[in-house]
Write a protein that binds this ligand. Structure first.
Ligand code: MN
Length: 240
C-alpha cells in the first residue's frame, strides 16, 4: 500500500459508514452519469469536486443561493478540515506523539463524513429525476411494502432528525435489504457496514435561506429533484 492509498483508506475507515458511498462516488468506471468525483490531487489531498450541474439547475426546489453557499462554503470547509486532520494524523505517526490523536480522529471523522456524504448528496439530485430501475423497485417493495410507504418513512425520518444530520437510504448486505436510517451529527455511525444510496442533508445550511424553519417543505422539495437513475445505479453497485 503506497502512502496515498494509506492516507485514503485511513480517512475512509475513520469516516465509518461512508466506505460504500465513497467508493461509488469516486468510481471512474461508471457509465452514464456525471459524478462528483472524490479523487485526490497529486499531493494526496482531498479536493472539492465541482457540482455535476449548474448552481441553479435544481430551482425552484433548491435555490441557487443555497447551492452556492452549501457547496462553495460548507462543503469546501469539510474538505479543508479533512485535509488538516489527515495531515495531523500523519504527523502523529511520524513523530510518535499521539497525545492529540483523539481530537484529530474526531476531526477526521467529522470532516470526512461531511465530505463524502456531500459528494453523494450532489449526485443523488439532478435536473432530471430519472426513473427507478426494476431492481430498485423490487428492493423498495420487499423492504418497505411499497414506494409510498418508503417515501413516507424517508420523509418523516429526515424531518425528525434531532439537530443537524441526514436522512439515509442504505443497502444492508447482511439482510440483503434496504433500510432507512437517521444520522444525527454525521460523524456518529448509525449502522456499520450499510451502504448509503440516497441521502438528504437536513443541516440547517441546506435549506434555511429559502425554507427557514420549514424543514418539511424542504424535504418535499428535495424529493422532487432526486435523480432515481443515480439511486438505481448505486443499488446495482452495492448488491453486486
Ligand atoms: Mn450540508
Amino acid at each position: 500500500m503506497n502512502k496515498r492509498d494509506f492516507i485514503k483508506s485511513s480517512a475512509l475507515l475513520s469516516a465509518g459508514l461512508l466506505t460504500g458511498a465513497t467508493g461509488v462516488a469516486g468510481n471512474k468506471g461508471f457509465n452514464g452519469f456525471t459524478f462528483a468525483s472524490s479523487s485526490m490531487n497529486s499531493q494526496g489531498e482531498y479536493q472539492l469536486p465541482p457540482l455535476p450541474y449548474a448552481y441553479n439547475a435544481l430551482e425552484p426546489y433548491i435555490d441557487e443561493a443555497t447551492m452556492r453557499l452549501h457547496h462553495d462554503i460548507h462543503h469546501a470547509g469539510y474538505v479543508k478540515g479533512l485535509n488538516t486532520a489527515v495531515k495531523k494524523v500523519n504527523e502523529a505517526m511520524d513523530s510518535g506523539d499521539f497525545s492529540l490523536i483523539k481530537h484529530w480522529e474526531r476531526e477526521m471523522a467529522f470532516h470526512g463524513a461531511g465530505h463524502f456524504l456531500h459528494n453523494l448528496f450532489w449526485s443523488n439530485m439532478g435536473p432530471s429525476t430519472g426513473k427507478r430501475s426494476t431492481t430498485l423497485n423490487r428492493y423498495i417493495n420487499q423492504s418497505f411494502g411499497s414506494f409510498d410507504r418508503f417515501i413516507s418513512l424517508f420523509k418523516q425520518a429526515s424531518i425528525s432528525v434531532e439537530g443537524g444530520g441526514w436522512g439515509i437510504l442504505a443497502y444492508q448486505p447482511d439482510g440483503d435489504r434496504l433500510v432507512v436510517l437517521q444520522a444525527e451529527k454525521h460523524q456518529n455511525q448509525t449502522q456499520w457496514i450499510t451502504i448509503p444510496i440516497l441521502v438528504c442533508d437536513v443541516w440547517e445550511h441546506a435549506y434555511y435561506l429559502k425554507y427557514q424553519n420549514k424543514r418539511g417543505d424542504y424535504v418535499n422539495g428535495f424529493l422532487q429533484v432526486v435523480n432515481w437513475d443515480h439511486v438505481s445505479e448505486l443499488l446495482e453497485q452495492a448488491i453486486r
